[in-house]
Ligand binder design. Sequence first.
Ligand code: NAD
Length: 297
Amino acid sequence: MIEEFHGKTAFVTGGGSGIGLAMARSFGRAGMNVVLADIDRSAAEEAAHTLSKEQIRTHAVSCDVVDHDSLAAAAAQTLAVFGKVHVVCNNAGVAVGGEISSVSDSDWNWIIDVNLKGVVHGMKVFLPHIRNHKEGGHFINTASMAGMVSPPGMEPYCATKFAVVAMSEGWSQQLAPENIGVSVLCPGFVRTRIHESGRARQKQYGGSGEVDALGQGSSESAQAVLSGIDPDVVGARVLEAVRGGELYIFTHPGMREILAARFSAIMSAFDQAERSPALAAVKSWAPIPTVQAGDRK
Ligand SMILES: NC(=O)c1ccc[n+]([C@@H]2O[C@H](COP(=O)([O-])OP(=O)(O)OC[C@H]3O[C@@H](n4cnc5c(N)ncnc54)[C@H](O)[C@@H]3O)[C@@H](O)[C@H]2O)c1
């Protein structure tokens, strides 16, 4: 866990806009240097300029999280500027969804590569460095409430965000013995440009503007985003949660009931299994094996 933030460095993917920029602001106000890494270089530079006016030490770097080497180059640049990194926000993300037959292969590839593999790349690039400096560190992986519940029409987005929750749960246990924290950020709607994420769509996935976010450009989802909470509130909440060593970072406590309904349905399914004649003959179940930090090859 990180006790002292002052003078340390936070690296934030998707730092050019929305929640990433807000987390950077929050860590910057706590005295950290912040690196804004974004596929949109000019957005990252503009964000860095905005934060520097608040006396926050910033650096903007362009990177595409789908490409491990691009992230590794951004990390190398960060170390050249600030020496070490202690906090990594694997936050860059995009949204796409809609009726099942309307979601193309390239939609699936794009969202999985950015939202899921982008987080994996961020972990793999920075973990050796954080292990090496032995001063502790913290990863904040941005999932969503869509990583907890799956409303119809949001399956591609939810699939990636459930994965981010799952990976973060496992990694937090793996890395805790090394004084490296992992949190998973699960906001509801936040007022950002996520509904316009087609602007960051790379050529290999069809190019920018092809699809416009949740529900194929639905104005309803755009409206929900635009009436979401202020990203700076999320930034402040993240700092508080990292200080407190929280694994799940929720920002919309009013959504508790939606989650409770899902858990209750799952528990009912266990009741069914307990009463199942088909399972009656089974006397014991093998435990799920766990990996400890010491098991590392
Ligand atoms: N806004 C919401 O309501 C909401 C709710 C829950 C979770 N989230 C998540 O928050 C995260 C941040 O999104 P936001 O809402 O701030 O949206 P945003 O569109 O305002 O910001 C996303 C940033 O990520 C960058 N980006 C996109 N693809 C990238 C790539 N391949 N490599 C590097 N950078 C890339 C974009 O250029 C942009 O600056 C995402 O993971 C999103 O899924 C958003």
